[in-house]
Design a protein around this ligand. Structure first.
Ligand code: BTN
Length: 320
């Protein structure tokens, strides 16, 4: 990691400087640099006789910077160079008694997870992989709408950061021009009548190369493209997301989903459209009527209005 911190500025660094940073001899530098690049899946350019540099600069996560930009109270901020999944990391911490308000960010995830058992592509140093732990005195059943409240917060932060036409697709897809820009994964545990704890995980694609996106099984976008080929600060975006999600936790605990419904509807891409809800091979078609106060989707079908809850179902438009 030390070599990446040295090269993150995108400038050219001499072999001597890199050798000192890695604690190896000048002759071992190129092998060590190659090993670091392979391990992290990034490119380090070697300029013969001059030194080493990254093919493009990286803004690495910086806890001091993030904490200085957060308005809410954070119990602890952990930044991992590498973790299996920030969600899983905090679910483990929760089982060990970690307090509400712990935040985990990672430079990369080796086993990033999406909804419905999918993999979340999580290369090093360029996207947001964020999880936050919260605790509620009530049981998990009341937390059904929290993922929508948090989704509306993520969409609002991205809009405030300059992205036009950001939309949400129930329950948790964050889309730009119909392509997946980010997503949320909530994991909940607890006693039926409480207490319970929840980990809200947020992934936002900020900068993905085409070859990295090959592993994503649906149309995708990154923030760099959505901002018209402009970079946005990772540390600032992380701080804004953390601030808003911590506020959501508190308001949701007092008032449930109701205060967030109008914001959700403002971003809802498919409201009023013909859609299909799929559970495995089984599909139910109808008109998307909006979201109920538990976060369920209301569907006008030929047999009347039906309410669906997120779980394992997926939603797809029947028309664009
Ligand atoms: C989805 O749209 O399928 C949800 C994606 C959620 C990805 C984030 S990245 C941070 C956190 N850790 C994980 O393993 N997943 C979530």
């Amino acid at each position: 990691m030390e070599i990446i911190r040295l090269l993150a500025d995108g400038g050219l660094h001499s072999g001597e400087e890199v050798a000192e940073c890695l604690g190896v001899s000048r002759t071992a530098v190129s092998k060590a640099a190659r090993r670091a690049a392979d391990e992290l899946g990034i490119r380090i350019e070697t300029i013969r006789g001059h030194g080493y540099r990254l093919s493009s600069p990286l803004e690495l996560l910086n806890s001091q910077r993030i904490l200085s930009l957060i308005d809410s109270k954070v119990a602890r901020l952990e930044i991992c160079d590498k973790v299996d999944s920030t969600n899983r990391h905090l679910m483990r911490a929760a089982a060990d008694g970690a307090p509400a308000g712990i935040v985990c960010l990672a430079e990369r995830q080796t086993d990033g997870r999406g909804r419905r058992g999918r993999h979340w592509v999580s290369p090093f140093g360029s996207n947001i992989y964020l999880s936050i732990l919260w605790r509620y005195p009530s049981g998990p059943a009341g937390l059904g709408g929290l993922s929508l409240a948090a989704g509306a917060a993520v969409a609002a932060v991205l809009e405030r950061s300059g992205v036009d036409n950001i939309t949400l697709k129930w329950p948790n897809d964050v889309l730009w021009q119909g392509r997946k820009l980010g997503g949320l994964l909530l994991e909940v545990a607890g006693e039926v009548h409480g207490p319970s704890h929840v980990v809200v995980g947020v992934g936002v694609n900020m900068h993905l190369d085409a070859w990295q996106g090959l592993a994503i099984d649906q149309p995708w976008a990154d923030l760099y493209t959505a901002l018209g080929h402009r970079d946005c600060s990772r540390n600032l975006l992380a701080a804004r997301l953390i601030t808003r999600i911590l506020q959501v936790f508190e308001v949701y605990g007092r008032e449930g989903l109701a205060p967030f419904l109008s914001e959700w509807e403002r971003f809802d891409r498919l409201h009023g459209c013909q859609v299909e809800i799929r559970l495995g091979e089984h599909g139910t078609r109808g008109t998307h009527l909006g979201i109920d106060e538990q976060g369920g989707l209301m569907l006008q079908t030929a047999d009347g209005v039906r309410h669906f809850h997120a779980g394992e179902v997926s939603l797809r438009p029947l028309e664009e």
